[in-house]
Design a protein around this ligand. Structure first.
Ligand code: PRP
Length: 182
């Protein structure tokens, strides 16, 4: 890869690999929801906005897009995983088929919190879709539609950030440790 930013160690998932996998995920979803009236894709801000935009445009079944945002308190192994809702859905989801769309499942706390929050609103069904999942997902959150398993390193690009940097790179790359410890 030419012109890799000096903060980045290597590309983990190329733009071409992402494009192919997103198309594959869309086919999986289309197959599973072929008989439903519509699906509600719920993107978790900010990270999911690029993945959701590409996935939604691939999806050849009726769907609408909505968003949620949360604030989490710390990402260390000893953090409580407390999550606070800062932006809620615009529409009710009762009797709707919901797919939660994430860029990454790291500790699993965010998806776990959102899954249970939305389940209380009586959707017809709720499933999860994530572009990436780290192998340290301690909660073992089931991801129904998973793009890639990735190693436990800091990754940026395609929606993922470090302090809001590198979020709009077209690929997923590993951040050099010195870029986040300095
Ligand atoms: C990231 C990511 C997920 C969450 C996953 O969001 O977008 O929502 O962390 O981590 P977890 O599995 O440990 O809960 P972040 O809090 O960095 O906010 P952002 O998406 O706005 O960058």
């Amino acid at each position: 890869m030419t012109n890799l930013h000096p903060d980045l160690a290597r590309v983990i998932i190329s733009a071409e690999e992402i494009e192919a996998r997103v198309a594959g995920l869309a086919v999986e979803i289309e197959t599973d929801y072929a008989d439903v009236e519509r699906v509600i894709l719920v993107g978790i801000l900010k990270g999911a906005f690029i993945f959701l935009a590409d996935l939604a445009r691939e999806l050849q079944i009726p769907h609408i897009v909505d968003f949620m945002a949360v604030s989490s308190y710390g990402k260390t192994a000893t953090s409580t995983g407390a999550v606070r809702l800062v932006l809620d859905l615009r529409e009710p989801i009762e009797n709707e088929h919901v797919i939660l769309v994430e860029d990454i499942v790291d500790t699993g706390h965010t998806l776990n919190y959102l899954y249970h929050t939305l389940q209380m609103r009586n959707p017809a069904s709720i499933r999860t879709c994530a572009l990436t999942r780290k192998d340290r997902d301690a909660l073992n959150i089931p991801v129904d539609y998973l793009g890639f398993e990735i190693p436990d390193v800091w990754v940026v690009g395609y929606g993922l950030d470090y302090a809001d940097k590198h979020r709009t790179l077209p690929y997923v790359a590993e951040l050099k440790p010195e870029a986040y410890t300095k």
